[in-house]
Design a protein around this ligand. Structure first.
Ligand code: PBG
Length: 323
């Protein structure tokens, strides 16, 4: 009863047929655009390792958001490049910090655009680590206080979602508690739960000026070899009060996106990180890959693996390509 009765090609005869039977759809609302806020005015400084991305002053960021919003993208996630970095990441929990100012300006101009913030210390510490360094190691529990304080300033500025990416133990619980205590019960938490110590963050660290001055992040970010442990991280984050979970990076970890989707009832997201973006862009620049095709194929694969939404530097162009 197989061939010639069954001919799988019948359902591929033309685009109308293919569209009708397509299992995975992409929509602009599935994409979240990462943006980098920097001090100053009228600044649009290209990030050389990530063509098409810029460090933006707040006024320029508001313009960028206008375009993104008009394309119908799901939202933006903000990172900050502060005026000054220090040992205790002061600007990360300052109501007048760069990200806090950016949130206020974006929300004033586009109240309906979802604004997420990355909650982490690495862009704000002089040593580039994600927390409080004591005796050469990132101290977990004292770092939680900085993270909770930072999340509260983001919420106060108007953020809809805070997304801790530091990989300290207990951060989701600490942030939930601090948000609730300050009256921000409605602000949700997207936990970077399965965040791996990945080589794919290289270009981002140039963009965010957050390369660690010594050592690496392997004592807090996950070992790329561990899938069961990733499920445990997610379970714990849910228990601590995470509203949504994330796998990061995306393409090298599609198996874990699928496992998470099958296992947990909450929205699952994936971060197609800087290195995933930049390696595609490098090949496109050489004429080895076709930009639109590869962009949409990778995003479709991440959705097919089970991601409900995707943080991606392709957000704008993918929304445009779908429009
Ligand atoms: C902050 C953070 C990083 C990324 C997102 N949040 C860098 C890191 O952990 O080193 C990476 C994003 C990307 O590569 O696009 N901790």
């Amino acid at each position: 009863m197989s061939f010639p009765t069954h001919r799988k090609r019948r359902l591929r005869v033309n685009e109308s047929m293919r569209r009708m039977v397509r299992e995975t759809q992409l929509e602009p609302a599935d994409f979240v655009l990462p943006l980098f806020a920097c001090p100053g005015e009228g600044i649009r400084k290209p990030i050389s390792s990530m063509p098409g991305n810029f460090q933006l002053s707040v006024d320029e960021m508001v313009k960028e958001c206008e375009g993104a919003h008009a394309l119908g993208i799901g939202g933006v996630i903000l990172f900050g490049i502060p005026d000054h970095k220090d040992e205790v990441a002061s600007e990360n929990y300052d109501d007048n910090g760069i990200v806090q100012r950016a949130i206020r300006a974006i929300k004033a101009a586009h109240p309906n655009l979802l604004v997420m913030t990355d909650v982490c210390n690495c862009e704000y510490t002089s040593h580039g680590h994600c927390g409080n360094v004591i005796d050469g190691d990132v101290d977990n529990d004292s770092t939680l206080e900085w993270l909770a304080a930072s999340a509260v300033t983001h919420a106060r500025a108007g953020a809809d979602i805070v997304a801790p990416s530091d990989m300290m133990d207990g951060r989701v619980g600490a942030i939930r508690q601090a948000l609730d205590k300050n009256g921000y019960q409605k602000v949700s938490i997207l936990a970077y739960s399965a965040k791996f110590a990945s080589g794919f963050y290289g270009p981002f660290r140039e963009a965010a000026e957050s390369t660690p001055a010594f050592g690496d992040r392997r004592t807090y970010q996950m070992d790329p070899a561990n899938g069961r442990e990733a499920m445990h991280e997610m379970e714990l984050d849910l228990e601590e009060g995470a509203d949504m979970l994330m796998v990061k990076p995306a393409m090298p970890y599609l198996d874990l996106i699928r496992q998470a989707r099958d296992r947990f009832p909450v929205p699952i997201s994936a971060y197609q990180v800087s290195g995933e973006y930049s390696m595609i862009m490098a090949a496109v620049e050489r004429g080895w890959l076709d930009y639109d095709r590869i962009m949409l194929e990778t995003l479709t694969s991440i959705r097919r693996a089970g991601a409900d939404f995707i943080l991606t530097y392709f957000a704008r162009d993918a929304a445009r390509a779908l429009g």
